[in-house]
Design a protein around this ligand. Structure first.
Ligand code: ADP
Ligand code: MG
Length: 383
């Protein structure tokens, strides 16, 4: 990992790109979702943790809009009203459009982006980008938006402007994350319940980028909407799939087209697992938490069909070597695995898992650890 902070990198990129100093800087973290996968857009709970890796934005008000990122060459001068370009800058354009609705955008700005998050690895670099941008731009406009307002702007930018059928988990944790705490977010009720997470989590990246198969999430989302429509024929008041219980599953099997049944089963069982996982974490019962993570992974494998063989290998190997549990985290079709291991053996376990992965794929998986970290914040501009 690059040891220079993202805020420092963003500031120096800003200075070289725009030949002046930024006036504000802000950053937001990526997240690892402990459990609660594909439940956020089905009205269920999620249990994310803000990462120790972040995306920072350095910015200055200007007469026009200009964006630059360390991931990309050159400065992009953009018209906010013009059609989206199917490029990373769409996320920033989306944030500007949504801030304008709140009268919380400056008339124009120059912005430089830097991140030490892996991009497209299921660790929510997109929400880190949009939440940090919403914070930086609203500061330039002289507005202090609450974490909830920043999360909503970022969600609307990604969902309505960029067109990713995401739920609200990523933006919510990027805005509300706190040191030492996982957050149980009940997406239907909108409640946030902090749960202490004292130890470290390990992240092992599959190296498979879900950008290559980006449409898969939108397909699953459509399947869930179809399933909900079928369920409403016998449960007219049903608001979300996550309101179904385990007792409803036999009826789901009888009534729904067979391909939709496992999708619903995943959402219903994952909802139960996620609430149990929050209880286990609150009781510091890591063995139970680990078992729930593995059951969650198996459900993604069998019922949601969103895993990849690289992730399956990492999970199986982590269990073989004595981890409490592991699972694919994030939307899937690539991305990263989160490993929960006994603190006295964690470094050895992930080393052995890396070696198993190397035997099969002839490359090492990028591996690092994180504690639960802070959400969005203003940064002082490094000198
Ligand atoms: P994830 O959020 O899991 O990392 P997404 O596909 O949701 O994956 O978002 C990744 C996209 O977000 C990238 O393809 C890019 O368009 C944008 N993005 C994220 N971080 C940055 C960054 N630092 N600079 C430029 N674009 C970024
Ligand atoms: Mg994302």
């Amino acid at each position: 990992m690059n040891r220079v902070s993202p805020a420092r990198l963003a500031t120096s990129l800003f200075t070289t790109s725009f030949a002046t100093r930024p006036t504000v800087a802000a950053s937001a973290p990526g997240r690892v979702n402990l459990i609660g996968e594909h439940t956020d857009y089905n009205g269920g709970p999620v249990l994310p943790v803000a990462l120790n890796r972040r995306t920072a934005i350095a910015a200055r008000a200007a007469a026009r809009w200009a964006f630059v990122s360390t991931t990309d060459d050159g400065v992009h001068h953009l018209d906010i009203e013009a059609p989206m370009r199917q490029a990373w800058t769409d996320y920033l354009v989306g944030v500007v459009r949504e801030l304008r609705v709140l009268r919380a955008a400056p008339p124009g700005a120059e912005m430089a982006v830097a991140s030490n998050l892996p991009i497209g690895a299921g660790l929510s670099s997109s929400a880190a980008l949009t939440v940090a941008a919403a914070k930086a731009l609203s500061l330039l406009a002289g507005k202090r938006l609450s974490p909830a307002a920043l999360a909503e702007v970022a969600f609307r930018a990604e969902y309505h402007q960029v067109g990713v059928r995401c739920g609200r988990m990523d933006q919510t944790i990027a805005a509300h994350g706190q040191r030492g705490l996982a957050i149980l977010f009940e997406t239907a009720a909108g409640t946030l319940q902090p749960v202490p997470l004292p130890g470290r989590l390990w992240i092992m990246e599959t190296g498979v980028s879900h950008r290559l198969t980006g449409g898969a999430l939108n397909d699953r989302r459509r399947e869930c909407e179809e399933a909900l429509a079928f369920c409403r024929e016998w449960r007219p008041g049903l608001g979300y799939l996550a309101q179904l219980t385990l007792d409803d599953l036999p009826e789901v099997e009888r009534r729904l087209p067979p391909p939709l049944v496992p999708r619903v089963r995943h959402v219903v069982t994952e909802t139960v697992r996620t609430r149990r996982a929050a209880q286990a974490l609150a009781a510091a019962d890591l063995a139970t938490l680990g078992r729930l993570l593995v059951e969650g992974h198996e459900s993604l494998q069998r019922d949601y069909e969103s895993t990849v063989p690289e992730a399956d290998l990492l999970v199986a190997s982590a269990l073989d070597h004595g981890a409490y549990g592991a699972r694919l985290t994030g939307a899937g079709w690539g991305g990263a695995v989160v490993v929960l291991a006994p603190p006295d053996r964690e470094a050895r376990i992930v080393a052995e898992v890396g070696s198993d992965f190397h035997k099969r794929y002839r490359r090492m998986p990028a591996t690092w650890n994180t504690r639960a970290s802070r959400g969005v914040r203003r940064e002082t501009i490094p000198g």
